[in-house]
Design a protein around this ligand. Structure first.
Ligand SMILES: Cc1ncc(COP(=O)(O)O)c(C=O)c1O
Length: 393
């Protein structure tokens, strides 16, 4: 009997399970190294068109599967995955902008995107300016030959104004300026970022923080960039490759597992949020409920022209005389709502925001953003009611 060599036998094992296994969830592939059958295959390796595998960084069957599903969700053709929504934003900027260019961001842009522009982009010689997303004419007047990229968001982060996306995009398209839409709120369900007018008017790049609704668990960070122009996709993909961006197999699996329930979760959180938003609008402690589906909300007409659905996310401002400290006390008094960033998960969340007075921002200098989870709506209403009581004290 030849001597036993467990060190080799356990690595180079002859067993191969039978093929043809199928079950509801796609298998999870994890790799840095990918084997090639011979040196010819190694030399002829091709990874740009998903026709094969070369290295974990360039994709696995698991990441390819999620990419295809997210491209379908957004109504585009190609998708790239990265480790967070913010990394997806950074990848667009790194790929499309060069020294001397200018990028325009909406004044209510996701805060860290503005910080990226203020720090790294400025350091790389790329200027940025903030535009009022609710004023298409003023936006048009801001465009210059240096404007190389415009970011769009609907509704804007925290203050929740819903812009005339089609109007803004028409202006950019007429001038050949690249556009990128942060579609995290819409989740690929509320509207199609590639077709806002039924005739294909849309953004060049549709970005989403999969961290929110597609993950649905509050336990994964991931971002996606979907395009419908192969040349643009390849440009982003080459930067993605050179920056060494990737997503992990286990995280990819979690998003794949959550995707089938995405439409159901989105619809339920929308339903529950609207019930709570309407109830809060009737409360004397509340000045304004900034939920795009409420007729008094900023940009409601733009939302209504484009969507019937909405994310379960809105902000409230308080009646005159209620101070930021009282706003924070209201948040501290919540019991079922937890204090924390992000949204789209099962747990309802609250975050107080304070800001210096500025044109276009809600009165009062502070608001609370509520992200509605999947708890019973009446339990959430009762929680809000008991917490509002602290404002009376
Ligand atoms: C509108 C929007 N875009 C992008 C992001 C960034 O996503 P991530 O947390 O995955 O970096 C967020 C996260 O809060 C967001 O709210």
């Amino acid at each position: 009997m030849p001597p036993r060599k467990p060190s080799t036998e356990l690595i180079d094992h002859p067993y191969r399970p039978p093929g043809g296994f199928e079950s509801p969830q796609p298998p999870v592939h994890k790799a840095s190294t990918v084997f090639f059958p011979d040196t010819t295959a190694l030399r002829n390796r091709q990874w740009k068109d998903k026709s094969g595998y070369t290295y974990g960084l360039h994709g696995t069957p698991t990441t390819f599967t999620l990419e295809e599903r997210i491209a379908t969700l957004e109504g585009g053709t190609d998708c790239l995955l990265v480790g967070s929504g913010l990394a997806a934003i950074a990848l667009v900027n790194a790929s499309l902008l060069k020294s001397g260019d200018e990028v325009l961001l909406p004044a209510n842009v996701y805060g860290p995107s503005r910080e990226l522009a203020q720090h790294e982009l400025a350091q790389w010689g790329i200027a940025h300016r903030l535009y009022d997303p609710m004023d298409v004419a003023a936006f048009e007047a801001m465009l210059t030959p240096a404007t190389a990229l415009v970011w769009l968001e609907a509704p804007g982060s925290v203050t929740m104004e819903f812009p005339d996306l089609a109007g803004l995009l028409r202006v950019c398209r007429a001038r050949g300026i690249a556009t990128a839409l942060d579609n995290t709120w819409g989740a690929g369900l509320a509207f199609c970022g590639f077709d806002l007018d039924g005739q294909g008017l849309g953004a060049d790049i549709v970005m989403q923080a999969l961290t929110k609704y597609p993950s649905g668990g509050g336990d994964v960070l991931m971002g996606s960039l979907v395009t419908r122009d192969r040349a643009l996709h390849l440009r982003l993909k080459m930067t993605h490759m050179r920056l060494g961006l990737h997503v992990a197999g286990n995280d990819t699996e979690l998003v794949l597992r959550s995707l089938p329930t995405l439409p159901l979760r989105y619809a339920e959180q929308d339903r529950s949020a609207r019930v709570l938003a309407q109830w809060l609008a009737s409360r004397p402690e509340v000045a304004e409920v900034r939920h795009p589906a409420l007729p008094a909300a900023p940009g409601h007409a733009h939302w209504a022209a484009l969507c019937t659905q909405a994310a379960g996310l809105f902000s409230i401002t308080f009646a005159a005389g209620i101070t930021p400290a009282q706003g924070r006390a209201f948040v501290d008094a919540l019991r079922r709502f937890r204090i924390g960033y992000s949204w789209g998960g099962p747990v309802s969340l609250a975050v107080p925001y304070e800001y210096p007075p500025r044109a276009g921002l809600p009165q009062g200098g502070h608001l609370v953003r509520l992200a509605i989870g999947l708890e019973d709506t009446e339990d959430l209403r009762a929680d809000l009611e008991q917490a509002l009581a602290v404002l009376a004290g």
